[in-house]
Ligand binder design. Sequence first.
Ligand SMILES: [Fe+2]
Length: 203
Amino acid sequence: MFIDQILVGPLLNFTYLVADREGGEGVVIDPSYGVDTVLETIDRRRVKVRYVLNTHSHADHIAGNPEVVQRTGAKVAAHRAVPFRPDLPLDDGSVLETGGIRVEVLHTPGHTPDSVLYRFDGHVATGDTLFVGECGRTDLPGGDPAAMYDSLLGRIVRLDDALIVLPGHDYGVSPTSTIGREKRENYTLQPRTREEFVRFLAE
Ligand SMILES: [Fe+2]
């Protein structure tokens, strides 16, 4: 398996191309603005893209969906709460398989109601729920600080420490991290009550 982390667009989005091998089957996570680089990578790697996976419905995570679908015939998969009609509406616990890759869906609302993580083969794509050293904003429409607390401190801190974190933006000191490192170093993942967390985010 390989993972290409592709930095695209003015907002420092990360799009990911994941495939079982060069010339094999794969998925694209969050095609953003500046999708040409992603299309070039797909061509160079000769990947048959079966699914476009969106971590949530914000424009900078779905903007490149049409181009990737047009080029590859991929099906779009996203949480069923997104305000568009995905080919495959996902729920917490949904599983997608292509080639040798098995992707599990974890619903983690807070940044948006439709935010999910995609966990596959020792990695977790965290979208705008968790960045390296930071969490996503909860003050945009659909944001919910209490839900973010449950996602971060109820779910994410319970994931395997060794999982490699693949964030939705290049906002941290490094482009990737691990759950274990984030639990130690990310100030938003430190132990707090829900009330403390909501107050802390409002500050
Ligand atoms: Fe977002």
